[in-house]
Design a protein around this ligand. Structure first.
Ligand code: 5CA
Length: 437
């Protein structure tokens, strides 16, 4: 993509309304535009990141044996009356009437909707377990939408739902998501720590929040420093095997959000206890028959008797993750994207657009990168070098290939790693090998 043609409305000034760094950088990097409080349009650069995050989430859900569906954003009120949540949800729910005066709502989550689908088709234990997910926009009329996409009113969530015959089955499903979540966040370059949590309006008895550590996190968290050395990507996972030992290893260490932390009972002492702030990027729940009982989701068990299925639900804040990744990975000059979610892998900077040799060498590098299927944003604008460097650092692509007249004369380019700041001059071939990965 040529930057001269790309829609990238970067800002030089820091927007006054943004209180945290990710919100400031997303606005300055031209990723999002506010439509109304807590509701955003995603511009090309932001949309690319959102899609990449979504794709990692999708791959890990699929690997865990969960199947993708797509449910609507608008739901009928009857479903929520049947579960008893229509009144409980209160002012956070956006309620709508259609032209026939029927009560509808913009879904804040989908437990009722998925349970209705399950109930319509599945009648026997032989078809269990069933794990289903979708990635869909949600609406919650938050009292205080803030921090940009981190606490929005309209936001993109991956929500998955599990259906099992009994508690033991539900526990196995819960563990699959637990492990898939560790992998999902690690692939995005994040250290996410599972913490015991309250289950809030979703309800239930077993629940973990996945928190990443960042200064601007909304909640205070406490955990054992040993977590920092765990690597969830170390080994392949057999989702049909026994995941208990792996989950036990993670839940065996102390980690608690503020409301669950009791200093008197905390087993981790002194220096070993990390006190930090966290951003909740995922939340998983086991809630037994809370929805399946009122909505009548029953199957025939092995003994022929009708049994109410046990359920869990598993959320990931897909749009929140864009902000959370920036909170965890930036410097004074701008965003530093992990390669796995970067909107483009390489930024190609032409230091002297209009200079024949420089243009020719840039065209050569651009063509070769595209041939290798490396996603590249080519800054071919007629701008000062300083402005190009600043924009490229701001938008945070992992690699920069810098081409100026001096290098072009000897067929050399400079390669800069955005994260380490390391720069080196090299031939075009060497540069291609280095940045292609
Ligand atoms: N039904 C369950 C799980 S499927 C559920 O709704 N869980 S939740 O309320 O914890 O939300 C799941 C995830 O969505 C959260 O962990 C968080 O990362 C994200 N999320 C929740 N509220 C917002 C919001 N207002 N803005 C952005 N992301 C949010």
């Amino acid at each position: 993509m040529r930057l001269s043609q790309y829609f990238l409305p970067t800002l030089k000034e820091t927007p006054a309304e943004a209180q945290i760094v990710s919100h400031r950088l997303m606005l300055r990097a031209g990723m999002i535009r506010q439509s109304s409080a807590g509701i955003y349009s995603w511009l090309p650069l932001g949309f690319r990141v959102l899609k990449r995050i979504e794709q990692i989430v999708r791959e890990e859900e699929d690997a865990a044996g969960c199947q993708e569906v797509l449910m609507p954003t608008i739901q009928p009120a009857e479903l929520w009356r049947a579960s008893g949540r229509y009144d409980d949800y209160g002012a956070e729910m956006l309620r709508i009437k259609d032209r026939h005066d029927r009560d509808m709502l913009y879904g804040p989550t989908n437990e009722e909707q998925i349970t209705e689908i399950f109930k319509a088709y599945i009648r026997s234990y032989k078809h269990l377990p069933k794990l289903l997910y979708h990635i869909q926009w949600k609406f919650r009329d938050e009292v205080r939408p803030r921090f940009g996409v981190m606490r929005g009113r309209e936001f993109l969530m991956k929500d998955a739902y599990s259906f099992d015959l009994d508690y033991a089955g539900a526990e196995r499903s819960y563990r699959k998501f637990f492990v898939a979540y560790l992998r999902t966040f690690a692939r995005m370059g994040l250290k996410a720590i599972p913490m015991q949590a309250d289950s809030g309006p979703i309800g239930g008895d077993m629940s973990h929040e996945f928190q990443i550590l960042a200064e601007t996190g909304e909640s205070k968290v406490f955990c054992d420093k040993a977590f920092l050395n765990f690597d969830p990507l170390q080994s392949d996972i057999d989702y049909d095997g026994n995941l208990k030992p792996l989950v036990d290893r993670w839940t065996g260490l102390y980690a608690a959000a503020d409301e669950k932390h009791d200093p008197a009972k905390c087993p981790v002492k002194g220096d070993q206890l990390l006190e930090a702030r966290g951003i909740e990027v995922g939340h998983i729940f086991y809630f037994g028959t809370k929805y399946s009982a009122p909505l009548g989701a029953n199957v025939d068990g092995p003994d022929g008797k009708s049994t109410t299925v046990h359920m869990g639900s598993y959320g990931i804040g897909v749009s929140r993750l864009t902000g959370a990744i920036i909170e965890a990975s930036h410097d004074d000059a701008g965003i530093i994207w992990p390669e796995s979610v970067a909107p483009f892998r390489v930024g190609l900077i032409n230091l002297k657009t209009g200079d024949a040799k420089t243009d020719a060498l840039c065209a050569d590098v651009y063509a070769k990168l595209r041939q290798k299927k490396v996603e590249v944003l080519y800054d071919d604008r007629d701008e000062r070098a300083g402005a190009k460097f600043a924009d490229m650092d701001l938008i945070g692509l992992p690699w920069q290939v810098i081409v100026g007249p001096r290098g072009a004369a000897v067929e050399k380019v400079e390669v800069k790693n955005r994260r380490t700041g390391e720069r080196a001059e090299m031939s075009v071939d060497q540069a291609l090998t280095k940045v292609a990965g």
